[in-house]
Design a protein. Structure first.
Length: 278
C-alpha cells in the first residue's frame, strides 16, 4: 500500500503562474534534474516577492520530500517489481531530522497562508491547490519516510478533497487530475476489506480510470506533467507493460538529462526489451 501512496508526491497544478526560468517552472526543472539546492534557491527568491502566496511554499515542501526520497533511494526502489526487496530496503531508512524540520515548516507556511486566503474566498484556486500539494506531500512523507502507511490515508483523503473541489470549479484544471487519478489507482490496488472501510470523495477505486487520468495529465498538465510520467512508468512496470514504461522513461531522460535515475531505469527497461542503447 505504501508504494501506491508514495505516488501521491508533488500533486499537479494548472497554469496559475507564467512559465519563467526564475519562477516555479525553473525550480521544478532543477528539482527533476536532482539539483535540490538550486531549486530551493529559486523558490526562496520567488516567495520573497510574493510573501502571502502559499504556492511556492508548497513546492518547497515538495523539494524537501523529493530530496529525502532520493537520498534514501526510495524513488529507485519504486521501480522494483519484487515487493520483498522493497520491504527490505525500507527497513534501512534513516530520515534526516534537519530535512524533516524544514519540510514540516514549509507545510506549516502553506497552511497559514492558504487558511487566510480561503477565509476570504473559499474557492481561491491558488490556496486550494497549495493545500492539495501540502496534504499530498504529507501523505508521502508519512507513508514513505516515516512508514506510517495506514495513518497516511488521512492526509491522502484531504488532498483528494482539495483536488475534487478544484475540478468542480474548473474541469480543465488538468493537473488536479493527478491527485484524482492516483486516488483511483491507489484504492483500486487495496485489498477489498480495506477498500470497504475507506471512502474518498468521487473516487470509485478503478485502476483503469486512474491510469486514464494520469495520461491526461501527461498530455495536458503543466508543472507536474513529468511526475505523471514517473508514475505511469512505475505502473507500467508493475502491471507488466514494459513498453509503456519505456515510452515515459525515454521522455523523462530526454527532458531531464541530469537525472541519473531516469537514465538508469531506462537502461534497465531497454535491456529487458532487448533494445540496444547505442
Amino acid at each position: 500500500m505504501s508504494r501506491i501512496l508514495a505516488l501521491m508526491a508533488l500533486l499537479g497544478v494548472s497554469a496559475l503562474a507564467a512559465a519563467e526560468p526564475n519562477g516555479i517552472d525553473g525550480a521544478l526543472e532543477r528539482m527533476y534534474n536532482q539539483d535540490y539546492v538550486a531549486a530551493h534557491g529559486i523558490l526562496d527568491r520567488y516567495s520573497a516577492t510574493r510573501p502571502q502566496d502559499p504556492l511556492p511554499y508548497a513546492f518547497q515542501a515538495s523539494a524537501y520530500l523529493f530530496y529525502e526520497l532520493d537520498r534514501l533511494g526510495i524513488l529507485e526502489s519504486e521501480f522494483l517489481v519484487d515487493d520483498k526487496q522493497i520491504a527490505e530496503k525500507k527497513k534501512k531508512l534513516d530520515p534526516d531530522p534537519v530535512n524533516r524540520e524544514k519540510f514540516l515548516r514549509a507545510v506549516h507556511e502553506v497552511e497559514i497562508r492558504s487558511d487566510a486566503a480561503l477565509k476570504t474566498d473559499p474557492n481561491d484556486p491558488q490556496a486550494l491547490f497549495a493545500m492539495c500539494i501540502a496534504q499530498g506531500v504529507t501523505t508521502d512523507y508519512m507513508a514513505f519516510v516515516e512508514k506510517k502507511q495506514f495513518s497516511s490515508l488521512s492526509p491522502a483523503k484531504r488532498s483528494n478533497g482539495y483536488a475534487q473541489r478544484l475540478l468542480k470549479l474548473d474541469p480543465k484544471f488538468y493537473d488536479a487530475y493527478l491527485t484524482a487519478g492516483i486516488s483511483e489507482y491507489m484504492l483500486g490496488s487495496l485489498p477489498f476489506f480495506i477498500r470497504w472501510l475507506v471512502h474518498f470523495d468521487n473516487v470509485d477505486g478503478s485502476k483503469a480510470t486512474g491510469v486514464d487520468r494520469l495520461r491526461l495529465v501527461a498530455r495536458e498538465g503543466h508543472y507536474f506533467k513529468p511526475f505523471s510520467k514517473i508514475m505511469l512508468s512505475i505502473i507500467g512496470l508493475r502491471d507488466k507493460r514494459p513498453q509503456e514504461a519505456q515510452q515515459w522513461l525515454t521522455e523523462l531522460a530526454r527532458d531531464y538529462p541530469e537525472n541519473r535515475l531516469f537514465r538508469k531505469e531506462l537502461a534497465k527497461v531497454n535491456i529487458k526489451l532487448g533494445v540496444n542503447a547505442n
